[in-house]
Write a protein that binds this ligand. Structure first.
Ligand code: NAI
Length: 507
């Protein structure tokens, strides 16, 4: 058992590329001696110089004392050969993502390090169990998965393979805390927590695009400005590069034996084939100049004719919210039991498309416009039409909803608009991660907020939006599409029906 709190802890770091440098910097700053080794001659020296200049610039900005920067740099020891890792208490590898190469490294290391040395892998997509399986003592191998850039992404997944001994997970958790990171524990499953939980955002957005519901720019705008994501899914795909994102999507899908929830999109495959990789190739979904995506201006809102507005909503409180909007704009509500012949029928459905809503309410689909209120009426509003909504009624609805200066996106008919679909999908996937006991509810939320930068953890977010509402959205899409990707996780379904938090663990 390694004492990772020890002041004399020595950590071996193999592979001094992007990730290795970040991990080495953290460790050196935490008072740990780090031996740096890389297969490419000079790479470890270059890494030391690069970390030293990083520490210097932190000191120049006042984030670190000059003495601390010097002391941390002094703890970085480039070594010329693997043999020099003998005597390390922990070795972390951040070499090329190749199962065979990682297995070979660990079997060689077993012959070099002492019997108590912990071997950790920073793999993001390989099985820790598979890497450990080549070792004589697989029990000492664990996953220690950081995110890029390591010093800023303050979370690390601690993964136990099928034969990892309990002390390894404990030691890695303690080490993570010493490095100033939040450890989250994940079972050895494809994508662990973050790359598993992150699947819903892009795949559902692609699905919405593929169905012709909205343009990629509108999907981005809605998810940023209504749901509150820092970046839309298509901006993110362009930033990451389709050559990176699409293979990850395919790999997680295949590793889960073609789980429909993770089904990738032909749209992405085709764009990847065409070389539309994103920022790095100058053209992705957006065209990029000087590293910035070029966004076409939104269409201007037409000056629609004022007319009486008949309102209906699927959730308590939503009808009043619509009536307030109508009155605040100085328009007149149509209070009749049934809409008058020239009234606009403004509806706020939950988990229904505009067509189904109009037919269920027995109102004229030619005068029906639906608006999404799941994220409240104050943020960017999304409106959708039935296939037969007449233009003057759409124009009136757009003018009404934009009257107070709030941005409005217009989409085509879709069960669950854009944001309802994406949120229901990602909350459902997070629920299923909990259901499969891959991680605890708290760790899922911490991993996603810190690792993906979402405004909230998916389970807490699901609670805020209402588990029952999200279940209704999923059930409606599932029944309308027949696609099993929308089947609700039992974790969500049970908690929604019981009226309890999605963070409620199984006793
Ligand atoms: P990188 O290409 O920047 O660095 C890899 C380094 O390993 C290179 O310096 C290379 O010379 C060295 N190397 C390759 N084979 C070696 C061997 N057999 N022995 C010693 N050194 C060897 O790669 P990066 O991005 O730092 O990734 C490293 C690992 O971290 C991979 O497993 C990757 O999946 C994982 N990872 C990467 C993330 C990222 O965003 N780049 C995020 C999380 C994990």
């Amino acid at each position: 058992m390694v004492d990772v709190q020890s002041s004399t802890l020595t950590l071996g770091l193999v592979g001094t590329g992007v990730m290795g440098r970040g991990i080495a910097q953290l460790a050196a700053q935490a008072g740990i001696t780090v031996r740096l080794f890389d297969a490419r001659p000079q790479a470890a020296d270059e890494a030391r110089a690069s970390i030293a200049s990083m520490l210097d610039s932190l000191a120049a900005k006042g984030r670190l004392s000059p003495e601390a920067a010097l002391a941390a740099t002094a703890r970085l020891e480039p070594v010329p050969q693997e043999l020099s890792l003998a005597g390390c208490h922990v070795v972390v590898e951040a070499i090329v993502e190749d199962l065979r190469v990682k297995q070979e490294l660990f079997t060689r290391l077993e012959g070099i390090v002492g019997p108590d040395c912990l071997l950790a892998t920073n793999t993001s997509s390989l099985s820790v169990t598979a890497i450990a399986s080549a070792c004589e003592r697989p029990g000492r191998v664990g996953g220690f998965h950081f995110f890029n850039p390591v010093p800023l992404m303050k979370v690390v997944e601690v993964i136990e393979g099928a034969r990892t001994e309990p002390w390894v997970g404990e030691a890695l958790v303690t080490l993570a805390l010493r490095l100033g990171h939040r450890p989250v524990r994940a079972a050895d499953t494809p994508g662990f927590i973050v790359n598993h939980a992150g699947r819903g955002f892009g795949t559902e957005a692609l699905r919405i695009l593929q169905e012709g519901v909205a343009s990629f720019a509108d999907i981005d705008r809605v998810l940023r400005e209504a749901a509150g994501f820092r970046m839309g899914p298509f901006e993110l795909l362009d930033l990451t590069g389709l050559d990176v994102s699409h293979p990850v999507m395919e790999s997680v899908y295949e590793q889960f034996y073609q789980e429909p929830r993770f089904r990738p999109s032909y749209v992405l495959r085709q764009r990847l084939t065409a070389g539309l990789l994103g920022r790095k190739s100058g053209q992705g979904f957006y065209s990029h100049e000087g590293g910035k995506p070029h966004v076409e201006p939104e269409p201007t809102i037409p000056s629609g004719e004022r007319r009486p507005v008949w309102v209906a909503a699927d959730e308590p409180g939503w009808r009043d919210a619509l009536l307030s909007l109508v009155r605040a704009a100085g328009w007149f509500p149509d209070d009749g039991e049934r809409p008058a012949p020239e009234s606009l029928c403004l509806v706020a459905p939950l988990g229904r498309d505009a067509t189904t809503t109009a037919l269920a309410l027995e109102v004229d689909p030619e005068r029906t416009v639906a608006v999404d209120l799941l994220f409240g009426p104050e943020r960017r509003r999304t409106v959708m039409t039935t296939p037969v909504t007449r233009q003057p009624f759409l124009d009136s609805a757009l003018a009404l909803l934009a009257a107070d200066g709030t941005a409005v996106s217009r989409i085509h008919d879709s069960t669950g608009f854009v944001a309802q679909r994406v949120l229901a999908t990602l909350v459902n996937i997070a629920c299923d991660i909990a259901q499969q006991r891959i991680a605890s509810p708290e760790d899922i939320d911490a991993a996603v907020t810190l690792g993906l930068g979402y405004p909230r953890g998916p389970l807490a977010w699901g609670d805020a939006l209402g588990p029952r509402r999200l279940l209704r959205v999923l059930e409606a899409i599932h029944s309308a599409s027949g696609d099993p990707r929308y089947r609700a996780s039992p974790w969500l379904s049970r908690r929604a029906r019981l009226g309890v938090s999605l963070l409620t663990p199984e006793k």
